[in-house]
Every structure is written in structure tokens, then in C-alpha cells.
Ligand binder design. Sequence first.
Ligand SMILES: Cc1ncc(COP(=O)(O)O)c(C=O)c1O
Length: 455
Amino acid sequence: MAVAAPASMTAAYQAKFARSAERYCDALKIFPSGVTHDGRFLEPFPVYVDSASGATKHSIDGPELIDFWSGHGSLLLGHSHPDIVRAVQRQMEIGTHFGACHEAEIEWGRRVIDLVPAAEKVRFTSSGTEATLMAIRVARLVTGRTKVLKFAGHFHGWHDQLTPAADPPHDDPRYPTPGLPDDVLDQLVVVSPNDFAAVEQAIATHKPACVIVEGTGGRWGVVPIRGEFFKSLRELTTATGTLFIMDEVITGFRVAPGGSQEVYGVTPDMTTLAKIVAGGLPGGCLAGRAELLDAMAFDNRYGKKMKHPGTYNANPLSAVAGIEMLRHVATGAPCRQATEAAGALRRGLNAIFRKHDSNWVAYGEFSLTHVLPNYDGPPPEGDDFVPYDGDFRLIDRPLDRKLAHAFRVACLMGGVDCMGMGMITSAAHDEGVIERSLAGFAEAVDRLMVEGMMH
Ligand SMILES: Cc1ncc(COP(=O)(O)O)c(C=O)c1O
């Protein structure tokens, strides 16, 4: 649908989502910037949602939105899958927190071990942030070393140790992270992604306890990392006695039932999981070699035990949701369906951009899609397209906040809710949903062109 009048997009958005605008005024009095997660901040205001089902969510203003947040990546089966709803409802009735060991946690843990190549033992947490915190603490205890090597642009949660260097610009040698003491940075070694020589040198110089890497590249594949690099990292870390951690909080159970470690045939020493593992409820875990996880065991081989309390570890609601989710994942079908949907989405988006003579491109892998504006590299060809042949400094640019927010607003006007400049699909994003979303994206592109925001 062509946009008839070049009325200000903001004015049209305010009119369409007027109730959300009102709610946001209330929220501003309660939360910093009116939001409860940085990623949900949107100018002039975010849309409020009161229910969701399958691939769509319902805004309090009336319109249905096709959802590409997919619960920040946790809802591989879409919203409110009946099996998960039933399991959680039943558990609500029989107890949500026993303050005791329970059978569901055993089945949940066993399913993780059955699916994930690296998993010999598991310890549940309440989030992915806690899982990566746990991973590096285990690595430090076991190796007796303190430094951690991570890659520029990779996000591993918001705790002190790994928050720096997640976002561009990546050039500042101290990666300023407000609120962090400088000595945290003394323990962090940051290397450019896909630069194997730099990793070799950094390991030789700093002798880190561990290397941590996201399962398809930083911030769910903005700069993709491929199998060869993972294989080289595996060999190098083994040779140097450095522990290798794959952070599969997003990619675990998504890109394949066993995550990207299964796809690339690379088994890390430890892996961090969250989101899908808990079936869309809060939860995460560290999984890995038994001798490493035994850092948390009483009277262990290390002669010192790592503390691990946590009120909601393996809580029964997340456990039963996770069991249902992993039961579906084990069939392989949801991962395949979500990946196919994303392929169709990327092809459709690039066709829209081409039709509009625009210099924007869509790219990505598996069920994870990114949009890059103002692209001047070789044109997209084939499903493996990576902008600028993967040159991380050209792809992973500082966010143009005005443009990013305009994109989201334009998409919402077209009935599509994007996760920043990206989209995560689920098994509920069937052909019809993708087709409808592409009509919404086409409308959004029209709007951005009319506004002069897109070229
Ligand atoms: C790769 C990765 N690691 C860790 C985290 C942190 O997980 P959580 O938000 O559950 O704390 C995220 C969150 O998006 C993530 O994408």
C-alpha cells in the first residue's frame, strides 16, 4: 500500500497508538526513560501490548502486530504455545517454589544434556547474564588465571565482567562503560571478531582463563562468525590450556537442536544457555564438561567450592515450560521452520529494497535477520550474503538512533514489530505471516522514503 500523504510519520504514529502514548506518560513517572529494558525504549514512545498468540501480539490501541521479537528470542514456538501453557498452568496449581529438589529439574537437565554436545553436567540460573557470569567464574577457579578474552561487538549480558566492548565504536582502548571501575577492564582482553592471528597473540600475551564467543557472532550475528573460526578457536584453546566457552543464549536450541556447536561440529568446554531453554519463562544454565561444573560441587577435586545460591534456580514453572519446549526442539522441526521463515523474510526484504532502489540490505543466518542501512558494498547475492564480506568495522557501526527509531516506528505503522534493526523468527512465522509482514515492510519503506529517512 502506497502512503498517500507525506503527513509526518510521528503524527500518524501518535494518532494510531494514542493509548500507548498515554500509558507511556504514566510509565515515565515510574521507570527511568519509562521502560524496563533498554531495548524497548522507542522515541516518541513504545507501543503497549496486552496479549499475544503465535506470531502476533495485540497492541492496547487495537492493531495486531506481527512480532519479530519472539520474546527476545525465547519463544521458538511462538507466543502461548498450548503445550507450554498447559504445563505451566498445571504447575501453578501444584506449587511454584518448593524450596526443595524436584523431579522436573532432573528431566529438564537431562533434556539439555541429551541435546547439547558440550553438556555433561548442568547448573540452572535465572538468566543468561547469570549463566555467563557463572561460566567465567568457573573458568577462573579451575585455571587459576583471571583474564577473560572476548570479541568486540559480542554481548554476553550486563554484568560487570563482560558488559564492555559489546557496542560500537570499538576503537576506544578502555571501552568506557559508565558505572564500572577501571580495574574490571584490566581483566578483559578484547579482540576483533574473525581475527585469528590477534587471538593467538592475545592468548600468548595475556594467558586468559577463557575465551567466550557468541554462537553466530556478536549480537546474534551482526558480524557473522563461521565454522572455520570456531574450529580454529577450539584447537588453539585446547593447545594453550584456555577454556573455550560458547555463549548460546540466543543460538542454543534455535539454529539447531544442539545449537551452533552442533551445526559447526565444535564442542566447547562450557556453553551458556537461556531464553529457549526455559520455554519463554525466566531461566538459563551453564552446561559443560563434568569436571568443570564440579567447581560448584561440595568437597570437589579443586579443594575449593564456587558458591552458587539463587532463589529461582530451576524454579518449577520454568522447568516445566523448558521441558515442553525442549521436547519440541528435539524433533528439529521448530528450528527448521524458524530458519525457513527467516530465509523468506530476508529474500523478500531485499526484493523490497531493490524495488525502491534503496541502499539498505537484509542479511543474517538461521532464524536471525539484520537490516543494514546506507550500504555501499557489493550487492546481496544468494542466501549466504554478508555485507562488506564480513569486514566488522564497516558492518558494526555506531547506532544512528534517530534512523533506528524511525525504522521501528515505520514498521509499527505497517503492523510489524522489529527488535531494533533486526528480526527473530519462530516456528509460528508461517508463509502467510511472512507474506503479511513483507506487505507491512513495503509500507514502512514507502513511509521512510517519503520522510526522506531512507535512500
Ligand atoms: C548472547 C547473549 N548472552 C547473554 C545474554 C543475557 O541473557 P539475559 O538477558 O537472559 O540475562 C543475552 C541476552 O540477550 C545474549 O543475547
